[in-house]
Design a protein around this ligand. Structure first.
Ligand SMILES: *Cc1c(COP(=O)(O)O)cnc(C)c1O
Length: 232
């Protein structure tokens, strides 16, 4: 079972070819839409397991949905406006080309990691094969509060960074580089982080924005860690 909420349309992902039984995605990340739609891809094996399961459920049951989807419609009122938006989002992805979309996310991940390295801040992810093309989580040095830093960035630059989740609360912040996003948006994002580190007096070195720009300029030299290799 794969949670590919931020992964769908951000990086290479093949439900059938990789033998996945259940993929769960949402509209609000790589699909560039407001929240409100969820997508499930379900293998025959998972469907059979679900049919064999006699526990009671209604809302979360796939079978009503599948039965009526065959007629091209939904068992309950869908978020109609989001379906129109989805049609446009898919057209945008096809226009750019999925390979280009994936490469763009890879470049933005590489550039963001280069910025973190230049700042002298650690990444949460220690395994290069697990680096995310969709977001980068960055540790703040011991004795500093990542959420206080996020607040400074929000108040000064109107930019909302992600909080550290679970045991990383207060220790890390997350930079999203996903969906409808381009090089200049990333440069603005990283400039906001770098200026915020300064304002919040989080110890760091300068030069993160420049390091990221070097990665963005050298389009061909970005290390393209293939997701496939990570899965294999
Ligand atoms: C964003 C995200 C979630 C949570 O989705 P929300 O509905 O936005 O809270 C779960 N899993 C992954 C991988 C995500 O990126």
């Amino acid at each position: 079972m794969v949670d590919t909420i931020s992964g769908l349309a951000s990086l290479e992902y093949e439900h059938d070819a990789w033998g996945i039984d259940i993929s769960v995605a949402g509209s609000q990340k790589g699909m560039m839409l407001p929240p409100g739609l969820s997508f499930n891809a379900v293998s025959e094996k998972a469907l059979a397991a679900s049919k064999a399961n006699t526990s009671l459920r209604s809302y979360w049951d796939w079978h009503d949905m599948i039965a009526i989807n065959k007629l091209g419609t939904f068992p309950y009122t869908p978020a109609t406006n989001l379906l129109f938006a989805l049609k446009e989002a898919i057209a945008m992805l096809e226009e750019e080309g999925l390979d280009n979309v994936f490469a763009r996310h890879m470049r933005h991940g590489a550039a963001t990691r280069a910025a973190a390295k230049a700042w002298g801040l650690d990444l949460v992810c220690l395994d290069p094969h697990s680096y995310s093309p969709a977001l980068t989580a960055v540790m703040v040095p011991d004795g500093h509060d990542a959420d206080a830093f996020r607040k400074v960035v929000l108040e000064n630059f109107d930019m909302s960074l992600g909080t550290g989740l679970g045991k990383l609360k207060g220790k890390a912040f997350r930079i999203g580089h996903i969906g409808h996003f381009n090089d200049l948006m990333l440069m603005g994002t990283l400039a906001g982080v770098e200026m915020g580190l300064d304002l919040a007096k989080v110890p760091h070195r300068g030069g993160g924005v420049l390091a990221a720009m070097e990665v963005l300029k050298g389009r061909d030299v970005v290390p393209m860690l293939k997701t496939k290799a990570a899965v294999a």
